[in-house]
Write a protein that binds this ligand. Sequence first.
Ligand code: TYC
Length: 101
Amino acid sequence: MPETIVKPRTDTRPQVERPKLHKVILLNDDFTPREFVVRVLKAEFRLSEDQAYRVMITAHRKGVCVVAVFPKDVAETKATRATDAGKAKGYPLRFTTEPEE
Ligand code: TYC
């Protein structure tokens, strides 16, 4: 049996890294009613009325707003469910995800 050669580790990063969190981002559009956006934010992301209103109005004014951060699979599932809630009503409401830096 050949001997196993173990290379010295030159990578100094910690060997156990936390999986990156992913942002769920709300995108503004011209058609979805404000109250509907607030309702979806409360239902899907468990935001309070106040938090949901602030996220909605920030997206409305600036074009986008970070809703929350989650592990990748949770972020993607929530973004899809929230986008589908708008689609079911014929609204172009969109949520996307991106990894946190
Ligand atoms: N801009 C929409 C309107 O004026 C409301 C809205 C806000 C839609 C935020 C989407 O992410 C959004 N009815």
